[in-house]
Design a protein around this ligand. Structure first.
Ligand code: KIV
Length: 272
């Protein structure tokens, strides 16, 4: 029997909710450019997140805070041009939705109009619910993000696992219910205890995608550059590395340098 994943021509928010109902896990990865997005889409990924982690892995900033809306739009438009099947979700960058729901709507409209993406994602619970409502009122699907929310790193102080204490776990649970009730189509839970994530996933109807949140959720997301081993310095326990591309690319570049310097490249067949 063909896996459901191969049969789906285009992944929509409705497809994701059907996948949850049928118990089929959702696979999501980040991408920030055309070439990578094309590979991911052809490989059959369900959701591509144009994450504000682009701030770290593409631009080299220490946090996700500096990336701008214009920069996110550039990355997202490049990704969308490559994608035929996956659902493309774009992070609203820091400072474009908090505290002002009209600005949140304007930012989301720019993303949808200028990139052709299918949904936006934002971080936070009750604090951002007015913004979520306003964005949804324009017919734009919203994905929530709770637990470790990197845009609040200066409030947390560290990237340690969140919601290990009862009061924070309870707030997370209530935020998840509130976001579901408000109408988000899905929720990312980052770096929280597996049992808490499992409880959220079993108590809400919307698909819950985990990163460092254990296996009892409806899908998983990783940052592409981390799982391919392009980034080196970041190795949390939850990260499975499928490759060591940093070393492979470095090795290839060193071979190229050597070939150029020794006149091995180009050879007779590599010229006109
Ligand atoms: O920006 C990002 O890559 C994310 C994922 C870690 C979920 O938000």
């Amino acid at each position: 029997m063909m896996p459901a994943q191969k049969k789906i021509k285009k992944v929509t928010t409705h497809v994701l909710s059907a996948m949850k109902m049928q118990g089929e896990k959702i696979a999501m990865l980040t991408a920030y450019d055309y070439s990578m997005a094309r590979i991911l889409d052809e490989a059959g990924i369900d959701v591509i997140l144009v994450g504000d982690s682009a701030s770290n892995v593409m631009a080299g900033y220490e946090t996700t805070l500096p990336i701008t809306l214009n920069e996110m739009i550039y990355h997202a438009a490049s990704v969308v041009r490559a994608v035929k099947r996956a659902l493309v979700v774009v992070d609203l960058p820091f400072g474009t939705y908090q505290g002002n729901s009209m600005e949140a709507l304007a930012s989301s409209i720019r993303i949808m109009k200028e990139t052709g993406a299918h949904a936006v994602k934002l971080e936070g619970g009750s604090e951002v619910v007015e913004s979520v409502e306003r964005i949804l009122s324009a017919g734009i699907p919203v994905m929530g993000h709770l637990g470790l929310t990197p845009q609040s790193i200066h409030k947390f102080g560290t990237y340690v696992v969140r919601a290990t204490e009862e009061d924070e776990a309870e707030k997370l649970l209530q935020d998840a219910f509130l976001l579901e009730e408000t109408g988000v189509f899905s929720l990312v839970l980052e770096k929280i205890p597996a049992n808490l994530a499992g409880r959220v996933a079993s108590e809400v109807k919307i698909p819950v995608i985990g990163i460092g949140a254990g296996p009892k959720v409806d899908g998983q997301v990783l940052v592409l550059h981390d799982m391919l081993g392009i980034t080196q310095e970041f190795s949390p326990r939850f990260l499975r590395r499928y490759h060591n591309l940093y070393q492979e690319i470095k090795g290839s570049v060193q071979s190229y340098i050597q070939d150029v310097k020794t006149l091995d490249f180009p050879n007779e067949k590599e010229q006109y």
